[in-house]
Design a protein around this ligand. Structure first.
Ligand SMILES: NC(=O)c1ccc[n+]([C@@H]2O[C@H](COP(=O)([O-])OP(=O)(O)OC[C@H]3O[C@@H](n4cnc5c(N)ncnc54)[C@H](O)[C@@H]3O)[C@@H](O)[C@H]2O)c1
Length: 266
């Protein structure tokens, strides 16, 4: 059991869905976000913080023995926003950890780090990155900082390349990469309690019928997702148009991230 877990990005979709489960993992939970959170449970406290502000990020770490880093820009956006939230922000976070006894970090990376692989390829974390967006590149940066800080300073971090963590899939792509919140919680628990994680990257995806990723290099975590998007298969099929197999949106794992314009040209 952790004594004090820091969760950044706590006001976002994933943070909100994880919050009711975190009392199973930590005695106290510090929720942080740039957006206010007011509906706190007794074991929760809230600290507003812009990840781009080094001193404020540093101040979040007092007594923290685990960090779940969800905060930042979660979509393709103009570079300045991504720079502050996902590049300066992740650097500030790892620097704060380095100065505060290096609590283990779980970093919310993304499938968009490898979004330019096709859906017929089976990708594992040792393969070269093929980001599909500036957002995907920012997650590559986060994984790079995680690698550097482990090799150089011994900072442990589990980078989880999240697929689609929403209540239910909305199309064939999100059906293939759906991640249930119970499975996510189980992965985080294993990340914080495993004897070692070093610098490890894993795809965070439930036990769906279609699988694009190979997590065997992280088998030591013993994570066996139990949820599946299969129960929505009929709904997804009933509500979609037939796909064109030559459409780049359909070819690439990143879907529309792979085909979207540069955000400055939107
Ligand atoms: N939901 C998914 O399916 C999915 C898939 C892949 C990766 N991820 C990653 O998981 C994390 C959580 O995803 P989500 O869906 O909850 O995203 P979200 O956009 O709903 O939440 C992100 C939170 O970060 C906060 N934030 C943004 N910029 C900030 C800054 N500069 N300082 C402090 N806080 C800031 C936002 O206010 C927001 O509450 C993100 O890092 C995202 O990139 C999510």
């Amino acid at each position: 059991m952790l004594k004090k877990l820091l969760m950044t990005g706590a006001a976002g979709g994933v943070g909100k869905s994880l919050r009711p489960l975190l009392h199973r993992l930590a005695e106290r939970v510090v929720l942080s976000d740039i957006t206010e959170i007011s509906d706190l449970s007794p074991h929760e406290t809230f600290r507003r913080c812009d990840l781009g502000d080094r001193a404020h990020v540093d101040a979040l770490f007092d007594g923290v023995d685990g960090v779940l880093h969800l905060g930042g820009i979660s979509l393709e956006k103009p570079f300045d926003l991504i720079l502050n939230g996902n590049i300066v922000g992740v650097y500030n976070l790892f620097e704060a950890a380095r100065h505060h006894d290096m609590p283990r970090i779980i970093f919310a990376s993304s499938n968009h780090v490898t979004g330019f692989y096709t859906r017929h390829e089976r990708v594992d974390p040792s393969m070269p990155v093929r980001p599909d967006s500036l957002y995907g590149v920012s997650k590559v940066f986060g994984e790079g900082i995680a690698s550097l800080y482990f090799d150089k300073f011994g900072q442990e971090c589990l980078s989880i390349r999240i697929g689609w963590c929403f209540p239910k899939p909305i199309n064939p792509r999100t059906q293939a990469i759906w991640l249930g919140v119970e499975d996510l919680f189980d992965l985080c628990e294993r990340g914080f309690t495993a004897p070692r994680v070093g610098h490890t990257i894993i795809y965070a995806v439930s036990d769906n019928e279609e699988m694009w990723w190979d997590n065997s290099s992280a088998a030591f975590l013993g994570w066996k997702p139990r949820q599946s998007s299969a129960r929505w298969r009929a709904d997804v099929l009933a509500n979609m148009k037939l796909e064109t197999p030559t459409d780049p949106d359909v070819i690439y794992q990143g879907g529309h991230f792979a085909t979207s314009k540069h955000p400055d040209d939107e």
